[in-house]
Design a protein around this ligand. Structure first.
Ligand code: HEM
Ligand code: HEM
Length: 330
């Protein structure tokens, strides 16, 4: 905790100029996106396993609070992606380091150029939705769902702290978690490579879910589901996901394959990024070990859950349950 407070105060005090801030925003944007991704993989799995919960999750995504969060999320992803490309490029070509300041300016310009039209298009979906809909999720519903997620985080981190403490007692180990140098170097390279690979996947996913159709069209009755030739006849979110996952091109469920790559790359990249942050701030061996373990557990659990949902898909029982879910008497 002392390390964290020290880092925050020193970051604000240190006059590292634009490079310092580019790094701070990169870190905050990466962590923000990861936080969303954790919730997102859990709630997307509900489309397959708990259709009634998925309906509630999408209802909450369509609330004003999440809509503000959606704009922030898109801004985080776009800035982090462009800045990450800059980092990867200069690590690959150190001879260009003299052009860092100009490259940072290009990152900001590219971010603004992408965000302005995207925000305008997203706003169009938002206005249409709120004009036609009065039954919007209340703050109480959101607080209730989010407090369950928060409880989950507390339990996992708490359990990891206890286990790490016991491990320290038994082994008398007084070291923070350290990976072998070779593995650390491979992960450093993986962060760059995976970043470049995630970029088209995540930009494509965001274009589909925010610009072309948008979060609000997930429950758009009689709309052709984006990227497929199926119509969402029931207007239920579960049918939207089912239609996308069942859409075949030459016998291949293309959106499941797409989501599978996005799932694996974004989770490994994001959790390894989280590990860098943990190792920078949490120096106490028990806390460091616990947070590393909790991150590893989170990564494995989410890959298993996300893959299980992709393999299971949305079956007839899920459609039936989703069709029985009503909100606000509709
Ligand atoms: C509010 C913003 C977003 C919305 C509304 C959204 C919506 C969806 C939907 C409806 C699905 C179901 C499958 C499909 O239709 O392809 C899905 C799956 C997925 N999304 Fe997003 N998405 C958002 C942002 C993101 C971001 C920023 C990422 C990555 C950082 C991401 C990563 C994924 C992954 C990995 C899956 C597959 C999950 C699984 O295997 O269970 N999504 N998303
Ligand atoms: C869209 C394309 C992306 C690119 C090009 C990219 C690039 C990068 C690069 C190069 C780094 C390493 C920075 C360093 O070691 O100094 C990094 C760190 C990180 N990334 Fe990404 N990334 C992308 C997407 C994502 C996504 C979707 C997430 C969340 C799931 C994420 C979360 C993180 C985190 C938490 C860090 C650690 C930040 C730090 O150490 O300060 N990134 N990213």
């Amino acid at each position: 905790m002392t390390t964290l407070v020290y880092t925050v105060t020193e970051t604000l005090r240190y006059r590292g100029k634009v490079g310092q801030w580019a790094w701070v925003f990169h870190r905050v944007a990466g962590l923000g996106t990861l936080l969303f991704l954790v919730l997102h993989v859990i709630d997307t799995s509900w489309a397959a396993f708990y259709p009634e919960l998925y309906a509630q999750a999408i209802r909450e995504y369509q609330s004003p609070l999440f809509t503000i969060g959606e704009f922030a999320l898109v801004a985080c992803v776009v800035y982090h992606a462009f800045n990450g490309l800059r980092v990867a490029l200069f690590d690959w070509k150190p001879a260009w380091w003299g052009h860092q300041a100009r490259a940072m300016l290009y990152v900001v310009i590219a971010t603004v150029i992408v965000l302005v039209p995207v925000f305008i298009l997203m706003l169009r979906h938002v206005v249409n939705f709120y004009q036609d809909n009065e039954d919007i999720a209340g703050l109480d519903e959101i607080v209730s769902t989010m407090s369950q997620f928060a409880l989950g985080f507390v339990v996992i981190v708490g359990a990891a702290l206890v286990l790490s403490g016991l491990y320290g007692l038994v082994t008398r180990s007084n070291h923070a978690t350290r990976l072998p140098g070779r593995l650390e170097a491979s992960l450093w390279g993986f962060m760059r490579l995976s970043g470049v690979l995630i970029l088209p996947l995540v930009f494509g996913h965001l274009a589909i879910m925010h610009v072309i159709q948008g979060v609000f069209d997930i429950t758009g009755g009689s709309l052709t589901v984006v990227g497929t030739d199926a119509v969402n006849a029931s207007g239920k979110a579960v049918e939207f996901v089912g239609a996308r996952w069942d859409y075949l091109v030459a016998g291949v469920a293309v959106w499941r394959v797409y989501d599978g790559f996005l799932l694996a790359l974004a989770l490994i990249h994001g959790f390894n990024g989280l590990r860098y942050v943990v190792n920078d701030y949490a120096r106490h061996p028990i806390v460091n070990r616990a947070l590393n373990w909790a991150a590893l557990f989170g990564l494995v659990a989410l890959i298993v859950l996300g893959t299980a949902a992709l393999l299971a898909g949305v079956d007839d029982t899920a459609y039936k349950i989703a069709n029985e879910v009503t909100f606000g008497g509709q």
